[in-house]
Design a protein around this ligand. Sequence first.
Ligand SMILES: Cc1ncc(COP(=O)(O)O)c(C=O)c1O
Length: 508
Amino acid sequence: MLKGGLPMFIQIDRTAHLPIYLQIEDSLRKLIAQGTLRPGDRLPSTRQLAGQVGVNRITVEAAFNKLEADGLINSHVGRGTFVNHLSFPAEMRSAPASPDAESLARLWGPLFVDLRPAPMSLPALNMHLAGKAISFVHAAPASDLFPAAEFRRCVDYVLKRRAHDVAGLGSSDGLPSLRSQLVRWFAQSGIETSEDEVIITTGCQQSMDLIRRILVGPGDALMMENPTYPGAVAALAPSSSERLELPVNQGGPDLRVFGSLSARNTCRLIYVVPNFHNPTGLSMPLESRRQLLTTTGELRIPVVEDDVFGELRYTGPAVPSLKSLCPHLVIYIGSFSKMLSPSLRLGWIIAPRPVARRLNAVKQACDLHTSLLVQAAMDEFCRRDMLHRHLKRVRRVFLKRRDAMAEAVHHEFPSDARWELPKGGLSFWVSLHPECDTEELLRLAQEQGVQFLPGSAFYFRSPLYNSLRLSFAAESEARIRDGIRILGRLLASRNAWAERPRPRPAIM
Ligand SMILES: Cc1ncc(COP(=O)(O)O)c(C=O)c1O
């Protein structure tokens, strides 16, 4: 048994966001994984351990139950609780045997740093439908809109004329010529920046991951719109962080929550998508942007502005970005994913110089740099003005698709459905009658060859089940009309399937 007794090794932080039973479970898991607690070791009874660490017995029982469910310990009535034998089973030491999933899970489970598996963020989609289904799932352009011929010319040119630029190792902040393209590009929209404030990344997803590494520690709080893009929750807000909610209503984020924030003053950053927010499609009015910056400025809270949809505006004048209004506290991220293709994995961060320097160092540690060939080809694509031309074309296509969807939703959906015409971006957010359950609607729709994302996938807290996100990016106008007609028919027969929303745990 352990010198000094088991309680010495159990770390409980009562100020942490993590429930205490999970903290006890984590401590015990670590002790088992490190071999400090060995197979056959007997654990104190739940009553003893609860008394020793100063918690309720039920709390320890909950921790033991989880460990037992994962096969790490075993309780025997009348004898006590013992650590299980987790050694590498003999049949798994030789390569040919194919171990069963449970043995593999037992072998690896205790070795992961984050001991709880990440929750699934997206609902199960019927993969058999892939390719055939009318899909309103992905808020990304269809692959047939990719300007393959033009892009190939750029790649050819780079390999012919700039092979020396792309054949060796590059610098972690990105290809200088692409960074200066971006500096010029953003000057047109009022963001005054310089090359040393720009870092090229493999997309917004990596940008968020890098930002988290320098600004958010375990147990730190950060604020995000709720609902929001689930990938941002996964990248910026690990399960050890405290996720503060910035509620989103019809007028955009509800900034009244800042009142309570000033009292707590523990928030490490605020993440927002001010243009064509995912999933609601709403844009933050100028007044709200100013108000947000006033508060965050007073509290010195960094703002991460995700403008991944910013170039996809179809109607109305552009609203100044947070970055242009407050260059010193805003970290601006974007990528070519929505305007060109997510498969390029090419994005950027524009950050104040001290932040950029830190980000550069962590980028280097992560992957040295983003593919030089892709960066150089994209640089050439911009230099030849192909990006401007491509954007003009896709904005026309997306506008038509948006209008086709608006008309179809207007005619086919029940009159109590609520939605706003998005001025840009790639999707609609529709709220149905409160008794509708869109996860159930998805199940039925998939049987008829239509897929979408239920709104619950976008909430990290208090999910609503009566909303859905319909992306119009990837389907033709005719298929959009067909798909919406099918959904409309299912909704018309709602009484046959609608259920009262059930209380369920948040998805992320
Ligand atoms: C708001 C938002 N940010 C970022 C991303 C991911 O962007 P990227 O492909 O650049 O990583 C998405 C993708 O859907 C998104 O909706």
